[in-house]
Design a protein around this ligand. Structure first.
Ligand code: ADP
Ligand code: MG
Length: 371
């Protein structure tokens, strides 16, 4: 899956490198299991290369320490929890885990970052190695009866233990958001004030693009082109969670990587959720929670999580929008995007689709939005 190692520098850099003048420079690299792009506006080549190098190395590090499936800090924390002991946690990871627990409480458990064992039951921790059958109801029920969740963690300063050994911390639903927050802080420390970081479709904008707001497309689950776009204010993050992006195939069915903590089953009633917020960590966790809550809980979760801008597409293809989102989104009729618009879109919030997934979803019809 991994493409070119290190940076793939765009042509713009080569031009920029010829002169010390500020320019737009784009970097692409692979990190955190996804394609990352960093676009810097009006920067000098020197400033850009220092910032890009720091960012890539920070994300490479987080790839080891923030995910439970590879050796690193989170794996050690989970091993300590499983053995009933207490372990010291680094400051940033402790902060993210505590916020995950807060969002678990606020979302009434729709978001739950303590379900690593359920993810494993479904074989979602290793997508290259699908299980032969779905987990048994008895195994799912036995795990859920132990009530795993980040809320069961007990903190003693920076040391953590758990009330239950059934908790396995999985930050997959919140890590990218937290890492967008961190990436932007890192850019600002380098004196960069106009940029977009895009982590596989989840992105944060700071500053402007040539004195205008960055125009960001939101891709349809069913097609390559955007269904809508909006102009992002400085500091805003746009996150999209979808049931079509990562899945495990068991028999002839696909099961998405987003699990409903109350049933223990993958979510089927929501296709995608897009959230815009200034707090990237919250936007990421909220999009995952709202995938689980579905259309029925859309309003309640927006309120509980303090989300003003959200769009949910349910399994029948109906869209649900907050009034704030409705006012900001510009819909592209029938997914038709003119070349001019495409050129003016600075980034896309999306999930890359496989041909098969697209086919599976092509029957979704979008209902009229403004009537
Ligand atoms: P992505 O990270 O691909 O953008 P999400 O933000 O929706 O997508 O996160 C999905 C990941 O979150 C899953 O791969 C899993 O690690 C974790 N997860 C699955 N279900 C939940 C849930 N109900 N609450 C919190 N995290 C979840
Ligand atoms: Mg998420």
């Amino acid at each position: 899956m991994r493409r070119l190692p290190g940076y793939v520098l765009s042509l713009a850099l080569f031009c920029a490198a010829c002169s010390p003048q500020p320019n737009d420079i784009r970097y692409e690299f692979f990190a955190l299991g996804t394609d990352v792009s960093l676009t810097l506006y009006a920067v000098t080549p020197q400033q850009a290369s220092v910032a890009a190098e720091l960012l890539e190395s920070y994300y490479a590090d987080a790839g080891h320490h923030w995910y439970p499936w590879a050796p690193g800090e989170l794996q050690s924390i989970n091993a300590a929890i499983a053995s009933g002991s207490k372990i010291a946690v680094s400051a940033r990871l402790a902060d993210v885990i505590r916020r995950a627990a807060e969002i678990e409480a606020a979302s009434n458990g729709r978001f739950n970052a303590g379900l690593g064992l359920l993810t494993e039951l479904w074989g979602l921790d290793d997508l290259s190695n699908s299980p032969d059958a779905i987990p048994s109801y008895a195994d799912i029920a036995a795990l859920l009866a132990q009530q795993p969740g980040a809320r069961r963690l007990l903190w003693d300063g920076n040391r953590v233990s758990s009330e239950s050994t059934s908790v396995k911390i999985d930050l997959g639903g919140i890590a990218k958001g937290a890492l967008l927050d961190d990436g932007i802080a890192l850019l600002r420390q380098q004196g960069i004030n106009n940029a977009i970081i895009n982590l596989g479709g989840d992105l944060t904008v700071i500053g402007n693009v040539h004195e205008r707001r960055a125009r960001v497309g939101i891709r349809a689950p069913t097609a390559d082109s955007p269904i809508a776009f909006l102009d992002a204010a400085s500091g805003e993050t746009i996150v999209t969670s979808g049931n079509y992006e990562r899945f495990v195939e068991i028999g002839d069915r696909r099961y998405t990587h987003i699990l409903d903590p109350s049933s223990g089953f993958p979510v089927t009633h929501t296709v995608s959720v897009t959230v815009v917020h200034e707090d990237a960590l919250l936007a990421d966790a909220a999009a995952t929670a709202m995938m689980v809550g579905g259309a029925d809980e859309f309003d309640a979760l927006c309120k509980a999580l303090d989300i003003d801008y959200a769009l949910l597409i349910d399994a029948s293809g109906d869209m649900h929008l907050t009034s704030g989102m409705r006012a900001r989104l510009h819909f592209v009729s029938d997914g038709h995007v003119t070349r001019r618009l495409r050129e003016r879109l600075h980034s896309i919030s999306d999930r890359r689709l496989t041909g098969g997934t697209r086919e599976r979803l092509h029957s979704i019809a979008y209902k009229p939005l403004f009537n």
